[in-house]
Design a protein around this ligand. Structure first.
Ligand code: NAD
Ligand code: ZN
Length: 246
């Protein structure tokens, strides 16, 4: 049987399909991924600039990178892949999206049930008093960095930096979904950023079928992946959706 037909059948006949997505799904929306890109992240090494220690030591330096990042992320629109996952949720074939992305594009595309493992870029957080401020152009453009109106401490995007723990509730929710699913679509992730990267392994431990969509092989490919669909997420998801409709 055609591989796309087989995967579409697998999803259609499953009890609980979920998706686990990474930066690769948003590349076609113009947001560069961490790895395999010449642009943004070769100028700003994420392990340095997106590390909480760097932020605490030198918020002005990190905000220079963040300002550029916000400019890209805030104007990005959902692409065909995000829309395909929203369509799958609407059809009742997809129960949840667990995303490592902070760009909010799954929700913009229409997915209702989204777990944002690394937070999102809609809010700025004061690490000293816990106050949250909605992201606004004027605030982001404040030099050398935006500050808390109450205590004047630097505001940090409410996303998880390297070196920061994942909030307990978020991790628990994601793990529960991973244990519950019988099919997991793993899309556009290199599978090396932990603890997020453990999610597909947890699904496999509970006997889920793993469908991986990526240009390149990852640590999952030869260990837990049952169906490896190599290529652009948009093209592959469109082919799967086409099978639902035909
Ligand atoms: P990554 O950058 O480590 O890996 C991206 C993966 O996507 C690679 O394996 C690459 O081959 C694949 N890929 C690239 N374009 C693709 C396409 N069109 N179709 C299919 N696959 C494609 O990303 P990661 O594993 O998500 O880990 C990076 C961390 O960085 C994440 O934790 C995330 O929080 C953060 N991040 C988020 C964004 C965003 O919000 N859009 C962007 C960059 C980084
Ligand atoms: Zn404060």
């Amino acid at each position: 049987m055609d591989l796309y037909k087989e995967v579409a059948e697998l999803i259609k006949t499953s009890n609980y399909t979920i998706a686990f997505t990474g930066a690769g799904i948003s590349v076609e929306s113009g947001i560069p991924p961490f790895r395999g890109s010449q642009g943004f992240w070769s100028k700003y090494d994420p392990e340095e600039f997106a590390h909480i220690e760097s932020f605490l030591k030198n918020p002005a330096k990190v905000w220079k990178m963040l300002r550029e990042m916000f400019e890209v992320v805030l104007k990005a629109k959902p692409n065909v892949s995000h829309k395909a996952l929203a369509e799958m949720e609407k059809l009742g074939y997809l129960k949840t999206v667990i995303t490592q992305n902070i760009d909010g594009l799954h929700q913009s595309a229409g997915n209702k049930n989204v777990i944002e493992f690394h937070g999102n870029c809609k809010w700025l957080l004061c690490l000293d008093c816990g106050r949250k401020e909605a992201v606004k152009k004027e605030l982001i453009e404040t030099l050398p960095y935006p500050v808390c109106p109450k205590c004047k401490s630097p505001l940090k995007p409410d996303v998880i930096f390297f070196g920061e723990p994942i909030p307990f509730e978020v991790r628990k929710k994601a793990k529960n979904e991973a244990k519950k699913c019988d099919v997991m679509l793993v899309i556009g992730t290199s599978g090396v950023v932990f603890p997020a990267a453990e999610i597909p392994y947890l699904a496999k431990l509970n006997n889920a079928k793993i469908v991986e969509i990526n240009f390149e092989e990852t640590p999952y490919t030869h260990s837990i992946t049952d169906y490896f669909l190599r290529g652009k997420a948009s093209e592959i998801l469109s082919k799967i959706i086409f099978q639902f409709e035909s």
